[in-house]
Design a protein around this ligand. Structure first.
Ligand code: F6P
Length: 339
């Protein structure tokens, strides 16, 4: 077989580990693996390389993606779908393995309607892809955010400060809830639970009246916090990290509580660097399964991590919208924090 592969959307740790697993599994089947550069854009522009054993040697632990990535959705660009079809035909590609998040996988589902056989592998630090419970990159991002919040704790305590830590999470609060719980945050603000800034102010004031002299507020970049000067979290694809949610929450809390306040924006630090062991193993499992299911004749599927298992689900699952933090986990966060 001739297998195409690409990485699309925001990068994350673990992508290279998945490429490594795909190439090694393909070798067993005597397949050729063609790696397209910068997501679907590389397919449209016919930019690719053969991924050999030598090319993927030593990349398991390396962050980012050796193929490069882009947020390029062919159905949004005139002529791009025809260009994609022409490249795949010219290269005699039997199926395209797509390492993507919500946007890239939805765009790939669109391409299946034009006859492109696709196998999706879920990856995003945000962990919000429908159809799977696990996404490559999320475990690493939570580990990085947890360590950062731990560090912020000690300086907060030394200075008697209120510290606001903004983490990624455009549509959902997975990183905020998990890292906030793990690091003992005092308030966790996420898109799924809209709050008013007044309730946050009141809860923090009560906490300090009861003897606390510092507090940590974790804010997902897409959190919805009413009664601040933030009008609406912008739609489309504006840069969120660093603006406007974390800055506005920090500014308003400082003004309303009178506590000395500092803001830390973790931003792309959460997406860079080495993957955790868990992400490397998940990447290996998904990569191997993708090639194996392809040889069983399955396409237009998502290789899902569900519970302890890896199994194929229809690719259409990804179109069901962002997978939000379940109620049980949200409740736990609310019980262990003041907001
Ligand atoms: O990949 C998901 C994500 O990390 C979001 O959490 C974040 O909002 C976005 O990517 C940032 O994208 P960019 O790198 O294009 O600014």
């Amino acid at each position: 077989m001739r297998i195409g592969i690409l990485t699309g959307g925001g990068d994350c740790p673990g992508l290279n580990a998945a490429l490594h697993a795909v190439v090694l599994t393909a070798m067993v089947h005597h397949d050729t693996v063609i790696g397209f550069h910068h997501g679907w854009r590389g397919v449209a522009n016919s930019e690719f390389e053969e991924l050999t054993r030598t090319r993927v040697r030593g990349i398991i632990q390396r962050g980012g993606t050796i193929l490069g990535t882009a947020r390029f959705h062919p159905h949004e660009h005139e002529g791009a779908i025809d260009a994609v079809l022409a490249t795949l035909k010219a290269q005699k590609i039997d199926a395209v393995l797509v390492l993507g998040g919500d946007g890239t996988l939805n765009a790939s589902f669109e391409l299946t309607k034009h006859g492109v056989p696709v196998i999706g592998l879920p990856k995003t630090i945000d962990n919000d892809i429908s159809g799977t419970e696990q996404c490559i990159g999320h475990d690493t991002a939570v580990a990085i955010a947890t360590e950062a919040i731990d560090r912020v704790h000690t300086t907060a305590e030394s200075h008697d400060r209120l510290m606001v830590v903004e983490v990624m999470g455009r549509m959902t609060g997975w990183i905020a809830v998990e890292s906030g719980l793990a690091a003992g945050a005092d308030a966790i603000l996420i898109p799924e639970n809209p709050v008013t800034i007044d309730s946050v102010v009141e809860a923090l004031q009560q906490r300090h009246q009861k003897g606390a002299n510092s507090s940590i507020v974790v804010v997902a970049e897409g959190a919805r916090v009413a009664n601040t000067d933030i009008e609406e979290v912008p739609t489309g694809w504006p840069q969120l990290a660093g603006s406007p949610v974390g800055a506005e929450v920090s500014r308003t809390l400082a003004k309303r509580t009178g506590f000395e306040t500092r803001l830390t924006v973790l931003g792309h630090v959460q997406r860079g660097g080495e993957p955790t062991a868990r992400d490397r193993i998940l990447a290996a499992q998904l990569g191997r399964a993708a090639v194996s299911y392809l040889h069983e004749g399955l396409t237009n599927i998502l290789i899902a991590g569900i519970g302890d298992g890896i199994r194929p689900v229809p690719l259409m699952e990804v179109t069901r919208g962002a997978r939000t933090v379940p109620e049980e986990l949200r409740q736990l966060a609310m019980q262990l924090t003041v907001v």
